[in-house]
Design a protein around this ligand. Structure first.
Ligand SMILES: CC(C)(COP(=O)(O)OP(=O)(O)OC[C@H]1O[C@@H](n2cnc3c(N)ncnc32)[C@H](O)[C@@H]1OP(=O)(O)O)[C@@H](O)C(=O)NCCC(=O)NCCS
Length: 476
């Protein structure tokens, strides 16, 4: 809560009291101040002045900036208004939270586990990439053939699970999202693995080391420098252990020697683990109790094309949707990734930066999902810029790729191709231009928040509406 004795009191302590700026402090004493004797011993004249030249706190000229109390008031209001919403929801729908139902979101048939089978099969792609790299390192495979094999492998990682999801009926949409997300992460990781090993070979070739020479000497070490003690150098990194460490590490960018934390901090790990479990339960509860009924109630206005009701539903959905998104951010980027990193002693914990202060859309995308942003920069954006592509073209290409993956993760599981996610991602480019061109500071920050709060429920409602029409209305 608000800092006791906040800025106003401190200002009064620090600043001279009394009249206008620059007056000597003796003459600035307030009305109640005791009269001080004059230096020559004569009785002092009491100073009854209690006014001075000063601005009101809320005018910008006052230079006052401590709004902690207002922030606390916002939090209290938020809690109170949400408590009311919570009660209203309970009275209207009763308790909808059902942990058993979560299992049915992943499994349609208890004897058929297609999502899990697909995740197990994903190991084949990782091993294929490792063996291709091993052969490239020894020189028994040409660079050209290596590139072809890697390309086939990477395309299969994306196409194979998508085809299975589209063909198998026992896979649920949630199970399919999980499986496709695993395969997307694998695709990005193996793309990075292939690139980094290629850079190592190029460096080795530039130094004139033959392909079959085995582990490199000090000067030939990968990553451009001598690995720390215990570190590996190319091609000694091409082992199952190294590959699986990378596959489970909370990063999409491969490195031969990741920074490692010295030990596992048990208290830190337990705290993050507790958060991870707690927020997961909270997410499931909020979705079942708050989000699902709101979405269900939005279908009729959509069917009737009742625009004022659609906007009302949209704004109603925006609150739980945004809250769930914020909790998801903390659950995934702070709690879960830190749990994995702590267990694996993975040292680089920069999974996010202060995206909440974004005054431009560009700043948001640079800071909200650091693993993806790092991958985009290192393996897509910078290589394109190096080849002479313009900055705007390269940025558009990155957003196109990102839009493709967003659409892939939604359309394939829903078996419905509507391009709302794709368009939402592509809309970031004109939005970024608009915000940076016309809005600054707090206005820019508010615009970013607005796009997050309103943009997501629009996409959610579009997909749910289309899914509902396709799967339920058609059958009635
Ligand atoms: C497209 C994207 C990569 C652009 O990133 P950005 O940081 O705005 O790009 P910038 O042009 O500012 O430059 C980034 C880097 O390229 C370098 N660069 C830019 N232009 C360059 C040029 N002409 N020559 C050499 N280097 C250049 C910059 O120096 C900078 O390097 P640094 O990272 O080492 O500081 C970023 O917006 C992004 O990641 N978008 C997609 C995010 C996404 O889809 N996330 C999904 C989350 S669910």
């Amino acid at each position: 809560m608000a800092e006791r004795g906040g800025a106003p009191r401190r200002r009064r302590q620090e600043e001279p009291r009394g009249g206008g700026r620059g007056e000597p402090s003796q003459s600035r004493r307030g009305a109640g101040d005791a009269a001080q004797p004059e230096p020559d011993g004569a009785p002092a004249t009491p100073d009854f002045r209690c006014h001075r030249l000063q601005d009101s706190l809320l005018s910008s000229a006052s230079g006052y900036s401590n709004y902690r109390g207002i922030l606390n008031w916002c939090v209290v209001m938020l809690v109170l208004s949400n408590a009311r919403l919570f009660l209203e929801n309970l009275i209207k729908y009763g308790i909808l939270v059902d942990p058993i139902q979560v299992i049915s979101l992943f499994l349609k048939d208890p004897y058929s586990w297609p999502s899990l089978c697909l995740v197990i099969v994903a190991n084949v792609f990782a091993l294929a990439a490792l063996h291709t790299e091993k052969r490239l390192a020894t020189g028994s495979l040409s660079e050209r053939s290596g590139t072809v094999l890697h390309t086939i492998n990477l395309l299969t990682i994306l196409c194979f699970p998508a085809l299975v999801v589209l063909a198998v009926n026992s896979i649920t949409p949630v199970g399919a999202v999980f499986t496709l997300a695993v395969h997307t992460i694998l695709f990005l990781k193996l793309f990075s693995f292939k690139d980094v090993n290629k850079w190592c070979r190029e460096r080795r070739r530039a130094k004139g080391v033959p392909a079959h020479s085995g582990a490199a000497s000090g000067l030939q070490r990968a990553n451009g420098d001598v690995p720390p003690s215990g570190g590996v150098s190319y091609p000694a990194n091409l082992t199952y252990r190294d590959m699986y460490y990378f596959l489970f590490a909370p990063t999409l960018c491969y490195e031969l020697n990741f920074p490692r934390s010295p030990r596992i901090r048990k208290r830190f790990l337990l705290r993050r683990l507790f958060e991870m479990l707690f927020f997961l339960q909270l997410l499931v509860g909020l979705i079942q109790q708050w989000m699902v009924p709101t979405i269900q109630n939005s279908m009729k206005p959509f069917r009737d094309m009742d625009y004022s009701r659609i906007i009302e539903r949209l704004l109603k959905l925006a609150v739980p949707n945004h809250l769930i998104w914020l909790i998801f951010f903390y659950w995934f980027f702070h709690s879960s990734l830190n749990v994995i990193a702590e267990v694996m002693q993975f040292g680089d914990r920069e999974f996010y930066r202060d995206w909440w202060n974004s005054e431009t859309v560009t700043y948001f995308w640079q800071n909200w999902n650091i693993p993806v942003h790092k991958w985009c920069l290192r393996h897509f954006y910078k290589p394109m810029i190096k080849r002479g592509m313009g900055k705007w073209t390269a940025q558009t290409a990155v957003f196109l790729a990102s839009a493709f993956f967003h659409e892939y993760l939604v359309s394939v599981p829903l078996k419905m191709f509507r391009l709302w996610a794709f368009m939402g991602m592509m809309a970031q480019i004109p939005l970024a231009w608009f915000v940076s061109r016309f809005l600054r500071g707090n206005y820019g920050n508010a615009a970013v928040w607005m796009s997050l709060i309103i943009g997501q429920p629009i996409a959610v409602l579009m997909y749910v509406h289309d899914y509902y029409v396709l799967n339920y209305e058609g059958r009635q």
